[in-house]
Design a protein around this ligand. Structure first.
Ligand SMILES: Cc1cc2nc3c(=O)[nH]c(=O)nc-3n(C[C@H](O)[C@H](O)[C@H](O)COP(=O)(O)OP(=O)(O)OC[C@H]3O[C@@H](n4cnc5c(N)ncnc54)[C@H](O)[C@@H]3O)c2cc1C
Length: 450
């Protein structure tokens, strides 16, 4: 069986694994001179960094100007805060600038100036090659063990069994989110399981939601709107006559909503989806209220309605709302109120009856309540909520129970909102793990060989 020895071994060659490898090799050069040290990446896919190419719709939103712990979900916010302080936005920009990548800021998010994700992958690959990183793709990890001083990773590559020894080991295997970009046969958590690490429940996040009221979504499919979403959960699970009674407000999100045949999608929905998936798994009933006219206060809509009623008495509901609501949204609001678009507004002298009808439609359009029954599966999600409990690691991202074992990126129980936050965490945790893995294994020469 072929055997080799390394200073640092990294399992997983995605964003965080590549950042860890670049940093480890740079640190080794710093401490040992040009000859540096030996770093190995073991990747199950046919190439490294495949998921990166799909990020930001192929443009790669790689960090954000407002990186803050409040934009993430984790079991250890204190530790996450220390990681983000150690590696703020400026550090991410400098990391790429050093590799020659120019970036551009748009609405707070940073992209490569070429606006293609391939650029990010290329600069990382060039840097890894220049630094002499050893990369083995298409591997299947069979066993990982640690003796007193070294880790041994046993893996299959092209049908051959191989063994690698490393002074430090970094787990950077990501998650099953965006499954079409992964090697389906390899479990990202298998290496962590082999080492006995603790894993929190996993949920898809930054993904579409499936809603109960199918009859509406079949009609609404394809519509996009700028909305305000309010997330509610049903405070008790008892069956109540009033489906929407006893709701507890959780939080709100503004942004673009995309309506699909099955329910709701778009960035605003993505931001709520991880929480929805988690609460549905805990058997809570989840509701989203959509405001299709978020920039108008109830009072100003009421005055607009009164003005229109007095100017155009007796017009149809379709005519009345033609300039205010998308045709398909109006159709569904009318249906929910038991009204028809062709119905003429009743023309009493005070316009009270007409106002009553218009107010009911407006209320529906600004408080459109929908029950979310599911989220799409992990393959379609952008990130995974859950993973290795962050609290089993210290601020160096070293496992408290197993010295010299590190983890970085999405394999950890840290997930962020859309906008460059997840890749930022991948770089931040990768750079810290790479740096600290080298510190933990120095000096290699004096370490006993297996
Ligand atoms: C469609 C899409 C768009 C996205 N857009 C953005 C965006 O614009 N901005 C942003 O911040 N985030 C975005 N994300 C999220 C971001 O891509 C991830 O959070 C980030 O890639 C995580 O990096 P990672 O290194 O932890 O994991 P990954 O990039 O998933 O890398 C893990 C690597 O480990 C390998 N691996 C897995 N299991 C094993 C195993 N058992 N043995 C060996 N190797 C293994 C995988 O093949 C993979 O190469 C997007 C995600 C998707 C799916």
């Amino acid at each position: 069986m072929a055997e080799k020895c390394y200073d640092v071994m990294i399992v997983g060659g995605g964003a965080s694994g590549m950042a860890a490898a670049v940093t480890a090799l740079e640190e080794l050069q710093k401490s040992r001179g040009k000859a540096g040290g030996k770093v190995l990446i073991l990747e199950s896919n046919d190439r490294i960094g495949k998921k990166l190419l799909a990020t930001g719709n192929g443009k790669c939103n790689f960090t954000h100007e407002n990186i803050d712990v409040s934009c993430y979900h984790t079991d250890d916010p204190g530790l996450l805060q220390s990681i983000l302080s150690d590696f703020p936005t400026k550090a991410a920009l400098q990391f790429f600038e050093k590799s020659g990548m120019l970036s551009r800021e748009k609405k707070g998010g940073f992209y490569p100036v070429t606006e293609t994700a391939t650029t990010v992958l290329s600069v990382l690959l060039y840097r890894l090659l220049e630094l002499g990183c050893e990369i083995v793709c298409g591997v299947s990890i069979k066993q990982i063990e640690k003796n007193e001083h070294m880790f041994q990773v046993q893996y299959h590559e092209s049908g051959e069994e191989r063994l690698a020894h490393g002074n430090s080991l970094i787990l950077a295997t990501g998650s099953k989110a965006g499954g079409f970009l992964q090697n389906k046969n390899e479990d990202p958590l298998k290496p962590a399981k082999l080492l006995g690490l603790h894993i929190s429940p996993l949920y898809p996040s930054l993904t579409k939601c499936i809603c109960l009221e199918e009859q509406y979504y079949r009609q609404l499919s394809g519509v996009r709107a700028q909305v305000l979403l309010k997330l509610y959960e049903k405070a008790d699970s008892s069956l109540q006559k009033n489906k929407h009674g006893n709701l507890k407000f959780i939080r709100e999100e503004a942004g673009e909503l995309q309506l699909t045949k099955e329910g709701i999608s778009g960035i605003a929905v993505f931001q709520l989806s991880g929480e929805i998936a988690q609460k549905l798994a805990e058997k809570r009933r989840m509701f989203v209220e959509v405001n299709f006219l978020p920039e108008f206060a109830e009072r100003s809509l009421n005055e607009w309605a009164k003005r229109r009623i007095s100017m155009f008495p007796g017009i149809t509901l379709e005519e009345f709302f033609a300039g205010a609501l998308h045709k398909k949204i109006l159709a569904v609001c009318l249906q929910a109120e038991g009204l028809k678009g062709g119905m003429e507004l009743p023309a009493d002298s005070a316009g009270n009856k007409a106002l009553e009808i218009i107010t009911a439609v407006l209320r529906r359009a600004t408080h459109f309540m929908t029950e979310v029954t599911g989220v799409s599966d992990m393959k379609q999600a952008q990130v995974c909520r859950g993973g290795l409990y962050l609290s089993q690691f210290n601020e160096k991202l070293e496992c408290k129970a197993t010295p010299k074992l590190f983890a970085c990126g999405e394999v950890l129980n840290v997930d962020g909102i859309c906008g460059g936050y997840n890749l930022h965490f991948a770089w931040a945790s990768g750079v810290i793990a790479g740096r600290e893995a080298v510190k933990a294994c120095t000096p290699l020469q004096s370490s006993p060989r297996p």
